[in-house]
Design a protein around this ligand. Structure first.
Ligand code: MLT
Length: 261
């Protein structure tokens, strides 16, 4: 066991669906003075490699574990948004010894019901038949809050471009993986690492009630609901998001980028 002061610690930023590492640009830029930020493309997304037919949340977690070994990172503060939160909970369940803190953003611990699973299968079929931009118009509405949709064409266009550039096979594999993800509600009361839950008051993709339920279940967790933002709280109000994340990172003991003894 490496002593705490010699551990190489990073902030592992896990993007949502169907995003890529560009989602986390404001956090990488805004927090790199404090911590080593790692914001990878999940398998299939962005510039990463090929995917099988289905990628489970556990498959993504294993990929992230391999990445951390390659980068010689000993422990992480896990920060996942939406699908990234599903993956963060899978990672915590598989590799608890690597996790120093947990940040769950605009996400939920519950699994899909039958209707949601059916919708995912239909989306996977459509994207494989007609391409990713055949589904992006349907996805973008619930993905942003009213204020961003009305007043921030830069954010709307940036998110639309991010969605459009994802490979259909990656989008389909993730949709199928999410459809079969397990309900993680049962593990919440046993989480012992410091946990911050962040969401947007105007999140129409995952209701605030899901964050409140996680907050109630995770001992000692903190809940921040950012006003006037939707599902992509980190992009819609990066200043507020980063301020909360920074305080949390400091509270778990991160003080400089050079925390390698
Ligand atoms: C996401 O942003 O990752 C998605 O909203 C997750 C989901 O579809 O459940």
């Amino acid at each position: 066991m490496i002593p705490a002061e010699r551990r190489r610690t990073a902030l592992l930023l896990i993007h949502g669906f169907p995003h890529d590492r560009a989602l986390w640009k404001p956090q990488v830029e805004g927090l790199k003075d404090l911590v080593l930020p790692i914001a990878p493309d999940l398998r299939g997304f962005g510039d990463s490699g090929e995917v099988p037919d289905t990628m489970t949340m556990s498959d993504y977690a294993s990929d992230l574990r391999t990445l951390l070994s390659t980068m010689k990172v000993d422990e992480v503060v896990l920060c996942g948004l939406s699908m990234g939160g599903y993956i963060a909970l899978a990672f915590l369940s598989k590799y608890p010894e690597l996790v120093r803190g947990l940040v769950l953003c605009n996400t939920r611990a519950t699994a899909d019901d039958a209707a949601a699973r059916k919708k995912r299968q239909a989306l996977a079929r459509k994207v494989l038949a007609d391409g990713t931009n055949a589904v992006t118009d349907d996805l973008i509405g619930p993905m942003l809050g009213e204020r961003a949709l009305r007043t921030r064409p830069d954010i709307v266009n940036g998110v639309k471009a991010m969605l459009d550039r994802q490979a259909p096979r990656a989008v389909a594999a993730a949709a199928k993986g999410m459809a079969m993800r397990q309900d993680r509600s049962g593990m919440l009361s046993g989480i012992t690492v410091p946990t911050l839950i962040i969401t947007g008051a105007d999140d129409r993709a995952i209701p605030v009630a899901e964050s409140e339920a996680m907050h109630k279940a995770i001992p000692g967790s903190e809940l921040t609901v950012i006003r006037n933002v939707g599902h992509l709280s980190n992009l819609e109000d990066p200043a507020t998001f980063n301020a909360h994340l920074r305080l949390f990172l400091i509270s778990v003991g991160l003080r400089s980028t050079r925390n390698v003894a």
